[in-house]
Design a protein around this ligand. Structure first.
Ligand code: EPS
Length: 354
C-alpha cells in the first residue's frame, strides 16, 4: 500500500489537476485547511502581479463524501483564473474566431535557466510556450493541495511538517526591492522540519527505499531547486567524526541532531530537517543573451511578467513535498484500508519499539 500522485495542468490553461490514490477511508479533510495552504503559497514578498489575479482554492471532484475520504482516488482541481485572459492562446482545442488575448504569438526567444530551449528541442516544438507552460512553477499549487491532504494523514500519527524561508536575501523585502529596481531576481534557501516522526521510516535495504533519497528527490523535483541537504548536510563534510555524529542516550534519544533525523536512510526519531537551495528565477526584466529560434540570430531572452523572488512560496511547496513523501512511507509501513487500521498499526509499532 502506498500513496500515488498524478498531476496535470499548464500555467495559463483552464486548471491544475491532481489525483491522489492510496488514501485510507475515513480521513477527515477540511477545505479551509487546504485553501489556507494554497493561500500561504501565494503569499510572500516579491511575487508577480499574477498572484493578484489568482485566489487559489481547491475543488474536489471525487474520492470524498461529506468531508471523509472513501479510500478511492481523490481528484483535486485548482482553477487558473488568469485563463480567462488566455482562452484563445491556451485553448485545449483548435481555437475559434480571431486571435485575441494573451499567448497568441509564438514565443521564439528561450530564457537561459528556464525549460524553454531544452523543451522545444526535446519535444520538437515550434513555440516555446508549449514547453514553458507546464515547466512553470504555477503547478506547484496542486502539489500544495496534495501535500495538505498528506499533512491531514500525518496529523493522525502526531506528525507535524513545517517549512520556512531562511532569513536571507530572497526572503528580505529590502533586498527584493533592490533586485526589482535593478530588474533582477533572487533565490534563497528554505528549511522544512518534521516533528513526531517515529524511528524506522524508510530503509537501508535498497537505494530507492532510503528516506533521505526519497525526500531529496521530492524536494529536488520542485522548480528552481538546485541543492538539497539533510540536517547539517554539506557542513558535515568539514568535520571530524567525533564532531559530526549524534550520541545515543539510554532513552535511545540523541543529544544533538546533526543527521537531521535520518541515519542510513531510516528515520531515527529525531526531528527531520531538510534544506533546499533555490536558484534566482530565470525570467529577467533585463534579459540575458539568447538566440531567436525563428531566425537563428543573436537576441535577448523573452521578457514576461514574473516573480522577483519566490523563496517564501518554495517553503510552502517544500513543506508539501516532505509531507507527501513522509505520508507515503507511513502508508507503506502501516498500511490499512480504513484509517483506524492505519492508526492501530502505528500504535502497535510504537508499543513494540518502546
Ligand atoms: C512562473 C511565472 C509566473 C509566476 C508563476 C511561475 O507566472 P506568470 O507568467 O503567469 O506571471 O507567477 O507562478 C505562479 C503563477 C504561481 O501561482 O506560483 C514560471 O515561469 O515558473
Amino acid at each position: 500500500m502506498t500513496l500515488e500522485l498524478a498531476t496535470a495542468g499548464e500555467s495559463h490553461g483552464p486548471a491544475l489537476v491532481a489525483i491522489v490514490s492510496g488514501l485510507p477511508a475515513g480521513l477527515v479533510l477540511e477545505k479551509d485547511a487546504i485553501d489556507a495552504d494554497l493561500r500561504r503559497r501565494q503569499q510572500g514578498y516579491g511575487r508577480s502581479p499574477r498572484q493578484q489575479i489568482e485566489t487559489d482554492e481547491v475543488e474536489v471532484l471525487s474520492g470524498l463524501r461529506h468531508g471523509r475520504t472513501l479510500g478511492t482516488p481523490l481528484a483535486l482541481v485548482v482553477r487558473n483564473r488568469d485563463h480567462e485572459n488566455w482562452t484563445w492562446g491556451m485553448s485545449p482545442w483548435p481555437p475559434e474566431g480571431e486571435p485575441v488575448g494573451k499567448g497568441v504569438k509564438p514565443v521564439t526567444l528561450p530564457r537561459p535557466g528556464h525549460a524553454d530551449l531544452a523543451g522545444v528541442q526535446k519535444y520538437g516544438l515550434a513555440d516555446v510556450r508549449d514547453a514553458l507552460e507546464r515547466a512553470s512553477a504555477r503547478h506547484t499549487a496542486v502539489y500544495v493541495a496534495a501535500g495538505s491532504v498528506a499533512k491531514a494523514l500525518l496529523d493522525e500519527l502526531g506528525i507535524e511538517v513545517v517549512g520556512e524561508a531562511l532569513a536571507e536575501a530572497g526572503a528580505d523585502p529590502a533586498a527584493i526591492d533592490a533586485a526589482r529596481a535593478d530588474r533582477d531576481t533572487l533565490g534563497g534557501r528554505v528549511e522544512v522540519r518534521a516533528r513526531g516522526v517515529p524511528p524506522g521510516l524508510g530503509s537501508y535495504a535498497r537505494r530507492e527505499d532510503r528516506l533521505d533519497a526519497r525526500l531529496a528527490a521530492a524536494v529536488m523535483g520542485i522548480q528552481a531547486v538546485k541543492g538539497v541537504e539533510m540536517g547539517d548536510g554539506f557542513a558535515l563534510a568539514g568535520l571530524r567524526g567525533s564532531e559530526a555524529h549524534d550520541e545515543i542516550g539510554t532513552d535511545k534519544r540523541r543529544t544533538s541532531n546533526r543527521a537531521g533525523g535520518i541515519e542510513a536512510g531510516v528515520s531515527n526519531g529525531e526531528e527531520i530537517v531538510v534544506r533546499a537551495a533555490m536558484k534566482p528565477l530565470p525570467t529577467l526584466m533585463k534579459p540575458l543573451g539568447s538566440v531567436d529560434l525563428a531566425t537563428g540570430e543573436a537576441a535577448t531572452a523573452l521578457v514576461e511578467r514574473s516573480d522577483v523572488s519566490a523563496v517564501e512560496a518554495l517553503a510552502v511547496v517544500a513543506e508539501a513535498a516532505v509531507a507527501w513523501e513522509l505520508a507515503r512511507v507511513a502508508r507503506e509501513k502501516f498500511g490499512g484500508d480504513a484509517l483506524a487500521d492505519f492508526v492501530r498499526a502505528w500504535r502497535a509499532y510504537l508499543e513494540r519499539i518502546s
